[in-house]
Design a protein around this ligand. Sequence first.
Ligand SMILES: [Cu+2]
Length: 143
Amino acid sequence: MGEAAKASESARTITVEMHDNYYEPESITVKPGETVRFVIENKGALVHEFNLGTAQMHETHQRSMQMMVDHGVIRGDHIDHRMMEMDMGDGHSMKHDAPNAVLMEPGETKEIVWRFGGATDLEFACNVPGHYQAGMYGDIEFE
Ligand SMILES: [Cu+2]
């Protein structure tokens, strides 16, 4: 699906707005192998995520996000960063530090720089419980 890259390697910036519960734009077209700098703005009133992955990756991620809500790490418009660092007892924390995803409070702006691989079925999606089901995902289309 590609890999994280540096902003200096990107020729194009795409701004993505997150609302409750949809993205603007609704789909994004890239070229195979292209490096894109995404500037993500959370314009909604809730915590939202921008996560690049396959539908299957998003499904798996939704289970860990449900755990974060169950433990009060995500509460509506707030992320408890201190709790996110906590060991869940199995040596893993709920820390959200994958290079292909950002989890953001309302009003935040963050960046992801991604070098896409070959044409494959990819989506950008919000895996906060209920949001994907409400339609908060879009296709990455390859030229
Ligand atoms: Cu969301």
